[in-house]
Design a protein around this ligand. Structure first.
Ligand SMILES: [Ca+2]
Ligand SMILES: [Ca+2]
Ligand SMILES: [Ca+2]
Ligand SMILES: [Ca+2]
Length: 372
């Protein structure tokens, strides 16, 4: 595993260097990079041809998949035409064009789905369209950060888009051999145009502009909180599509698709990277801090997004938080003879902390009341 990781990091390091020089306009670029639209059309043609001339030879009980070319005169049903694992697509906005990415769900998985910015625990095998395996984790799970940051960062943009379509599995008790195994994990195959893979960057194993096929298994995930405001990225996905995007670079993204924007205050910084989501001048951290001397119990200084249960594995500690981030209070006015105002607020009632759905106060710019 370590050896494999070492090689993979070397591979990634090489790619990042090439990518940097490619994207920096001040550096001399020896070979002009292909136009994304033109290259995508060529890649899409190649992928469709692949899907129509290859078939699923086997899916094992452990969801290892073998894909093979249909031999001359063969009667095998192509990936394109077979119906056991219906071919699915996802529109992916990248490089300011929209890619249509084909993928197969071998099994969806029963757990939660990662966001495109979460950490995943997964295995994979990468193949060129000619069937050559260029890389594999050999069924040894690795940790990958879909946000593309750091030494575990994923460089293949297609991974960030397709893994969130799958769910993690259920973990079994660690065996006597010390190995963690999973059941009910997600497993699939993605067919990526080069623009969502390594594009112009060639390596010994992967020629430039190679569409890539990845089969994979998704075992587990770790949630991330990119703006450290106490609200996980997946809880900042306000349109609930399973994805959050940073379009704050106005030059790179002059007009991102509105359907991909999760930006409560519309300031150009998506909620998952905005410390003040509703733009009311109070940070989210401040807004989710429990008042001093609050009646509402719990170990944390901050309200969780939703109430959380006690951890049964730690019987001597009660981790339960029975109050989630509240909405603007709906109880009785302090002075019922006067209208609601900063000096005459309503009281919080229990339902303000638990009702679903509710507009939590860190997303409600009418609360706390503005000081004018
Ligand atoms: Ca956050
Ligand atoms: Ca979203
Ligand atoms: Ca914002
Ligand atoms: Ca705020």
């Amino acid at each position: 595993m370590n050896k494999f990781k070492y090689y993979f990091i070397l591979l990634l390091a090489g790619i990042s260097l090439v990518s940097c020089s490619k994207k920096d306009d001040d550096d001399p670029v020896v070979v002009p990079v292909n136009d994304y639209t033109v290259q995508y059309k060529a890649d899409n043609d190649s992928i469709i041809k692949y899907l129509k001339t290859n078939y699923i030879q086997e899916v094992t009980a452990d969801f290892d998949v073998k894909i093979a070319k249909i031999p001359a005169g063969g009667t095998q049903i192509s990936i394109w035409d077979q119906t056991t694992y219906p071919l699915e697509t996802r529109d992916v906005f990248n490089d300011n064009i929209t890619y249509k990415v084909y993928y197969l769900t071998l099994r969806k998985g029963t757990g939660q789905a990662p966001m495109n910015t979460d950490r995943i625990y997964a295995t994979y095998t990468g193949t060129l369209l000619n069937g050559t395996v260029f890389d594999s984790s050999y069924n040894i799970p690795g940790i990958w950060d879909l946000d593309g940051q750091g030494s575990r960062g994923v460089f293949v943009d297609g991974w960030k888009e397709i893994f969130p379509k799958f769910n993690i599995g259920t973990s079994n008790p660690i065996g006597s051999d010390g190995v963690q195994t999973y059941d009910n994990f997600g497993a699939g195959v993605m067919f990526l145009p080069s623009g969502l893979a390594y594009y112009a960057s060639a390596t010994a194993a992967i020629p430039a502009y190679s569409p890539l096929v990845f089969s994979f298994k998704l075992y587990d995930l770790t949630r991330t909180d990119h703006d450290l405001d106490g609200v996980y990225d997946y809880q900042e996905d306000i349109n609930h599509d399973g994805y959050v995007y940073d379009f704050s670079d106005k030059v790179a993204y002059p007009s991102p698709p509105a359907s991909l924007v999760d930006d409560t205050d519309g300031d150009g910084n998506a909620d998952f990277i905005d410390p003040d989501d509703d733009g009311d001048g109070y940070t989210t951290r401040f807004e989710i801090t429990k008042p001093t001397g609050a009646t509402y119990s719990g170990l944390s200084k901050y309200y969780p997004y939703d109430p959380i249960l006690d951890n049964p594995k730690t019987p001597n500690t009660d981790e339960s938080e029975i109050w989630g981030i509240p909405r603007r209070p709906t109880g009785a006015l302090t002075d019922p003879t006067k209208p609601e105002s900063i000096t005459n607020p309503k009281a919080f009632v229990k339902e303000d902390y638990t009702d679903l759905p509710r507009l939590r106060i860190h997303l409600d710019k009418t609360y706390p009341f503005q000081k004018n």
